[in-house]
Design a binder for this molecule. Structure first.
Ligand SMILES: Nc1ncnc2c1ncn2[C@@H]1O[C@H](COP(=O)(O)OP(=O)(O)OP(=O)(O)O)[C@@H](O)[C@H]1O
Ligand SMILES: [Mg+2]
Length: 394
C-alpha cells in the first residue's frame, strides 16, 4: 500500500466526539497536585524516563473497570515521598466532553476500608457519588496499549486472556460484569471447599459458576467474531490483519452443543473435581483457563513467532479494530491511551498509525521520550512536556 496516497484521501480532522478536556490529580503516583487542561485534539506527553508520563495515562485508566493499565493495587497509587506516609487518599477527576457537553467524572481512594481492591474505589459523576464504578462504563470507554503488552504473545495465557477481556469489555460493557460474577463464584467455591462446605451449598455455587462461566465464554466468542468483522471492515491499514480465536474447553463445547447442555456438563465436571480442586487450591476447568490465539494472517504465522515490531503491529490492529466498534450502552467513541506506542515502529508505520487514529475520530493520549517521533502529528495534537512533576506546553 502506498502511504502517501492513503494520507491524501483522509478528510480534515474533525474534533473527537468524546474527549478529556481537563485532568486533575491529587496525591496520585508522582503527582501531589496537577491540573492539566487540554482540548479535544490528541495529547502527546513528552519527557525523559521517570518524568511521570505513564502515571498520567494510568490516572486516566482508573475510569475503566479493573485495576488500570498497570494492574496496581489502589493503595499503591497514593503518592509516597521519601520517609513520608503511604496509603494516603488519592483522587483523579476529569472533565469529559461528549459532543460538546461536559461531564465531571471522579475516582477516589480512601484508605482504611477492606483490602479487596475495587470496592474501595469511590466514583462521582457531576459531583454525585454513584454506587458502582460500573456506572462509569456508560460515560467513558478507554482502550490502552502499553510497553508491558509487548511480551503478551510470549508469556502465559492469563495476560492474553485479560487483554482480550478488556478489549471486549470496551465495546460490550456487560462482559466485565459477567466476568466478575464468574470470578466471585469461583472464589466462593474454593473458599467453601476449604471450609468443608456442605454439598448443597457447593452445588449452588457450582451452578452459578456454570451459568456465569458459560455466559463469559459465549460473550468472548461473540466478541472475537465482532472484532474479526471490525478488522475486515477496515479496508486500508498498514497494520497486519490478525486472525483471532479462542482455545478453551467450554468454547469448544459451545461450538457443537446447546448452551444448556454445556452448562450442565460444566456443573457436573466441577462436582467431580471437588477433591482435586481442594488439593490443588485451584479450579481445574473453566473460562479462566481459555487462551486467546492470534495469528499474523499474511505471514501465516503465530504471533508468538513474529518479530517484536510485527507483534506490536498486530496489537495495534486489534486495538484500532476495537476502537472502531460501536458500544451499545456506552459513548460512541473511546479514548485511546497509547504508552510509548512509537517505539518499535518504523517511520512509515508510525505515520500510518497517526493517520488511522485520526480516521477513527477519537482522542488519543500518547507518550514518548522524543518529540521527533510525533512530528507527523503537528497541528493535529497538543504537545506537552512532562518534567519535575509539572506539565508545560511543549
Ligand atoms: N506511589 C508513588 N509515589 C510517588 N512516586 C511514584 C509512585 N509510584 C511511582 N512513582 C514514580 O513516578 C515516576 C514517574 O513514573 P512514570 O512511569 O510515569 O514515568 P515515565 O515518564 O512514564 O517514564 P518512562 O519514560 O521511563 O516510561 C517514577 O520515578 C516513579 O518512581
Ligand atoms: Mg512510561
Amino acid at each position: 500500500m502506498k502511504l502517501g496516497g492513503h494520507m491524501a484521501e483522509l478528510p480534515a480532522r474533525a474534533v473527537a466526539r468524546v474527549a478529556i478536556t481537563r485532568l486533575m490529580l491529587t496525591n496520585f503516583r508522582s503527582y501531589g497536585m496537577l491540573d492539566l487542561r487540554a482540548d479535544a485534539h490528541h495529547v502527546v506527553l513528552i519527557g525523559p524516563n521517570g518524568a511521570g508520563k505513564t502515571n498520567i495515562l494510568e490516572a486516566l485508566s482508573m475510569f475503566a473497570p479493573g485495576r488500570g493499565l498497570r494492574g496496581a493495587r489502589l493503595s499503591d497509587l497514593s503518592r509516597t515521598v521519601l520517609g513520608g506516609a503511604t496509603h494516603r487518599p488519592w483522587a483523579v477527576s476529569a472533565a469529559l466532553s461528549v459532543g460538546g457537553d461536559d461531564t465531571q467524572i471522579g475516582v477516589g481512594y480512601m484508605p482504611g476500608t477492606d483490602e479487596s481492591g475495587l470496592t474501595k474505589r469511590s466514583v462521582r459523576i457531576d459531583g454525585v457519588p454513584v454506587a458502582s464504578p460500573a456506572h462509569l462504563a456508560e460515560r467513558i470507554r478507554l482502550i490502552w496499549l502499553t510497553p508491558a503488552m509487548d511480551r503478551l504473545f510470549v508469556e502465559g495465557a492469563s495476560e492474553r486472556r485479560r487483554f482480550l477481556d478488556r478489549l471486549i469489555a470496551s465495546f460490550d460493557p456487560l462482559h466485565a460484569r459477567r466476568w466478575s460474577s464468574f470470578e466471585t463464584a469461583m472464589r466462593e467455591r474454593q473458599g467453601a471447599l476449604r471450609a468443608g462446605g456442605d454439598a448443597q451449598w457447593l452445588s449452588a455455587l457450582e451452578r452459578t459458576m456454570a451459568e456465569t462461566g458459560i455466559a463469559v465464554a459465549a460473550s468472548r466468542m461473540s466478541g472475537v467474531a465482532t472484532l474479526s468483522r471490525a478488522m475486515d471492515e477496515q479496508h486500508v491499514s498498514v497494520f497486519p490483519r490478525a486472525d483471532i480465536s479462542l482455545t478453551g474447553t467450554i468454547e469448544a463445547a459451545l461450538e457443537i452443543k446447546a448452551a444448556v447442555d454445556v452448562e450442565d456438563e460444566y456443573a457436573a465436571a466441577l462436582r467431580l473435581a471437588r477433591r482435586s480442586d481442594l488439593d490443588a487450591s485451584r479450579t481445574s476447568a473453566g473460562p479462566h483457563l481459555t487462551d486467546f490465539v492470534v495469528r499474523h494472517r499474511e505471514k501465516g504465522r503465530d504471533a508468538q513467532s513474529c518479530s517484536t515490531g510485527e507483534q506490536k503491529a498486530l496489537l495495534i490492529r486489534l486495538t484500532l479494530g476495537c476502537a472502531a466498534l460501536p458500544a451499545p450502552g456506552a459513548p460512541d467513541a473511546p479514548i485511546l491511551l497509547l504508552d510509548e506506542v512509537a517505539a518499535h515502529l518504523d517511520d512509515v508505520r508510525r505515520r500510518a498509525l497517526f493517520v488511522e487514529i485520526d480516521a477513527l475520530n477519537v482522542q488519543a493520549w500518547m507518550t514518548g521520550t522524543d518529540v521527533a517521533a510525533f512530528v507527523a502529528l503537528e497541528g493535529r495534537a497538543q504537545f506537552k512536556r512532562v518534567a519535575d512533576g509539572q506539565i508545560r506546553p511543549c
